[in-house]
Design a protein around this ligand. Sequence first.
Ligand SMILES: [Zn+2]
Length: 201
Amino acid sequence: MATVRLGRYEAEDGDLPRICIRCGAPADTFKPKRFNWLPPWVYVLILFPLPFLIVALIVTKRMRVRAPLCEAHIYHWTWRSLFTLGGLAILVVFSIAAIVLETNLERQARFQHLSGLACVSVVVCGLAWLVAAAIIQSTAVRPSEITDRTITLTGVSREFAEALRQRRRRRDDEDDADYRRPRRRPSYEDEDDEEDDWQRR
Ligand SMILES: [Zn+2]
């Protein structure tokens, strides 16, 4: 896997090679994907949820990328988001159910030894979800930095990175050729015309 830095224009306009950003096969479509990125220092505040949320809202950087994808990877980010958000929703429902169950079990003396079991299950499921979410995110094409003008993406295919390099080199060569191309000089006919004009005057 490789890392590439894209300019805002390249990213948002999809001015990219038609090579799947994930696997390097010919791309079938350009799919818009919005990336968010937080500077790593913000995570120091994660133990204090409210300050963390406020700072995160202020400093989060965002950029949309029109990403070239093959048919096999068209849902590359969709299923990951569904897993992460769906898992979180299930976890919230489980937690509420566990609290209700615990309250009922504690009221009945013969089930008191089971008290705490539901809460432990929720904590175990929560940890499993966290680990699974971290693993599937780490295998995705993801931003490692976003600034006002650029986005750096990791986990992209080597073929895409190479095609991007070649495309930029071609563009640079074309720009150089344009720069070196001599400007049109007046032809002899033009000079004759100018002379005629002068004689007529
Ligand atoms: Zn692909």
